[in-house]
Write a protein that binds this ligand. Structure first.
Ligand code: ADP
Ligand code: MG
Length: 604
């Protein structure tokens, strides 16, 4: 209940009670006064005439009595008057019909026996009356009264008068009470106004509006209170960060923040934390933080977190949190204890950085590093091979020339046969050297815009004859014409090398499928060139080595191990990429991806 009500309500009740009580007691006093005004003259009169009354009574002379009684009516303004004998019998009455009757009312009998006057308020025909019994004193020496005089007065006027007086007095009291109430309200207003200001100020402070001040009014206790309040509010503004402000900061943070209680149960998690793990706030509230730790965590992590609960801080630990679907999320975590004023540890704040993207990038980085290493290796070997090939080329020419001359000049088979062998082997060496030189050729390829499908047809024309001989079916699945920017002969070389390997992989025949078509690679539109066979496939363990120069699984003399190395080199020079999928026993697909020709860029 408001202070107003608490003071005003009892006051009003008290005032009403007082007005009522004053009314009642006034009425009682007035009643008593008016009643004695009626009674006393009658008593005095009766005492003064008691002798003649007594005579009248004793003689039973009702006529005399009646005259006397009539005098009483007018003299005392009574309603009725009667003379009673000692036994209470009515000897004379102003209403003659009543004469002869006996009055046995207790107060009448008591007065007759004791000689003391008595009175009783009663009603007559429903109207209030006062009945007065005045004993008539006995004759000298006697003890019992000679009789009594009974007078009845109307109390109507008395009641009316006392009601009026009481009403007026109560009214005045109520008026005075009302005036007091107004004065009280004014007083309270002046006292309560600063208190209300204070209470509004406290409310604002409660909402976190630190620095709120209230007007300091009079130099009284309330004024002192307002002054202290302002001081406290200013102090708070300087020393406290509001809860809302903290919440705003937590909400704005990109990193996840969890706050736990002393038992390491989660109390608060910011939106970044909820988004990272896919929970909503209610699902995390009260959950033990340890429930969020995934199985891949360092076993020492639990011990570290225990130490945080004892007051140590942990920074930058790699952890794995479990998201709602039970998947592990790699993250970096720092944890610090939250202390209460009395230096107890009341919780732990955990700042967690999601490092999924770093991990992903690291994987991609590792992959491209491996590719780079491969390219570096290829180019180192290429340079080496180029040097060796140059050195070998000249002596080889001499050996070949001399062998041919000797073979031609030699008369019979004794020398001619070995010379033929030397010539053949030297020719094979020259082929090898020439492919080495082709592989390591430093000059830039002759770039031009050409139609890929047309170039493919040219290359496949050369493959076709070979395929027929080897019992291999050649299938073409060429997409719409695509322009590429590159060295047509080099690209044809790529197709020929891939097809030649494919046919080698199908010694018992099979199907060689060559296809082209657009695709999207790493978000970029490319044109793919795929060579697929139904051959022996490439075992997993050598798949990473097939592009290495000189890597071959073919028997000596059958393979140089340079075909795929050359393919790789050419594709790289075209800013393209090559990929292979293979299933041992079922076949292999080599896919070359080349950038599409973009006329606006000239070269893509
Ligand atoms: P070479 O053909 O002279 O052996 P390559 O560089 O062309 O050298 O090929 C290297 C190795 O890759 C081959 O020896 C073979 O083991 C493997 N290879 C290449 N293409 C295929 C294919 N289509 N099917 C199976 N193995 C293949
Ligand atoms: Mg080959």
């Amino acid at each position: 209940m408001k202070l107003y009500a608490r003071i005003v309500l009892p006051f009003v009740v008290l005032m009403a009670f007082l007005a009522w009580a004053i009314g009642v007691s006034t009425r009682r006093v007035v009643h008593t006064v008016l009643r004695s005004n009626l009674e006393n003259p009658a008593r005095d009169k009766v005492a003064s005439v008691s002798h003649s009354l007594r005579v009248g009574l004793l003689s039973g002379n009702d006529r005399v009595l009646r005259t006397y009684l009539q005098g009483c009516l007018t003299g005392f303004n009574a309603l009725q008057a009667a003379a009673l004998d000692r036994q209470g019998r009515i000897i004379a009455h102003t209403d003659q019909a009543m004469e002869g009757k006996s009055l046995r009312a207790p107060h009448v009998l008591a007065s007759l026996s004791s000689g003391q006057a008595s009175s009783l308020e009663t009603t007559m025909d429903g109207r209030p009356v006062l009945e007065l019994v005045i004993p008539v004193s006995p004759k000298t020496g006697g003890t019992e009264p000679a009789g009594a005089l009974l007078l009845r007065f109307s109390l109507e006027k008395t009641v009316e008068t006392e009601r009026r007086i009481a009403a007026r007095v109560s009214g005045s009291a109520a008026l005075a009470g009302g005036a007091c109430l107004v004065a009280l309200l004014l007083l309270m207003r002046s006292v309560l106004a600063p208190i209300r200001e204070l209470s509004l100020g406290v409310e604002k402070l409660g909402r976190g509006e630190y620095g709120t001040t209230v007007p300091v009014g009079a130099f009284d206790e309330v004024g002192d209170l307002a002054g202290s309040f302002n001081e406290m509010s200013r102090e708070l503004a300087q020393t406290t960060v509001s809860k809302d402000h903290l919440r705003d900061i937590l909400d704005a943070m990109a990193d996840a923040v969890f706050v736990t209680d002393a038992q390491a149960r989660i109390q608060t998690a910011n939106p970044a934390a909820l988004a990272m793990l896919g929970f909503n706030e209610d699902e995390l509230a009260g959950k033990p933080a340890s429930d969020l730790l995934g199985p891949s965590n360092d076993p020492r992590l639990a011990g570290k977190l225990e130490r945080v609960k004892e007051g140590a801080a942990v920074g930058g630990s790699e952890i794995y949190l479990l998201d709602k679907r039970g998947r592990e999320v790699p993250a970096l975590m720092s944890a610090a204890p939250i202390r209460s004023r009395d230096d107890r540890i009341k919780g732990v704040v955990l700042a967690v950085k999601d490092i999924r993207w770093i991990k992903r990038n690291a994987d991609a980085l590792r992959h491209s590093e491996a590719k780079l290493r491969q390219s570096e290796k290829l180019s180192a070997v290429g340079q080496l091979a180029a040097g060796v090939a140059h050195e070998i080329n000249n002596p080889l020419g001499t050996i070949l020339g001399l062998a041919q001359t000797i073979a031609r000049g030699a008369p019979s088979g004794a020398v001619a046969a070995p010379m033929k062998v030397i010539e053949e082997e030297a020719l094979r060496c020259r082929t090898l050297v020439q492919s080495l030189l082709a592989f390591s050729r430093q000059d830039r390829p002759a770039m031009e815009e050409f139609d890929l499908n047309e170039a493919m047809e040219g290359a496949l024309g050369m493959v076709e004859a070979q395929a027929r001989v080897r019992g291999v079916a050649l299938a073409r699945d060429l997409g719409p014409a695509e322009k590429v920017w590159g060295d047509r002969t080099n690209i044809q070389q790529v197709v020929i090398n891939l097809c030649s390997n494919a046919m080698d992989a199908m010694p018992d025949g099979g199907t060689l499928t060559v296809s082209t078509g657009r695709a999207v690679l790493n978000g970029q539109m490319v044109v793919n060139l795929a060579v697929q066979d139904t051959g022996v496939g490439i075992p997993e363990e050598i798949r990473s080595r097939v592009f290495e120069p000189f890597f071959t699984t073919k028997k000596v003399g059958a393979g140089t191990g340079l075909g795929l190395a050359l393919v790789h080199e050419i594709v790289s020079n075209h800013q393209g990429s090559i990929d292979l999928t293979s299933e041992p026993g079922k076949g292999t697909v080599f896919t070359v991806s080349l950038p599409l020709y973009d006329p606006r860029a000239g070269e893509t």
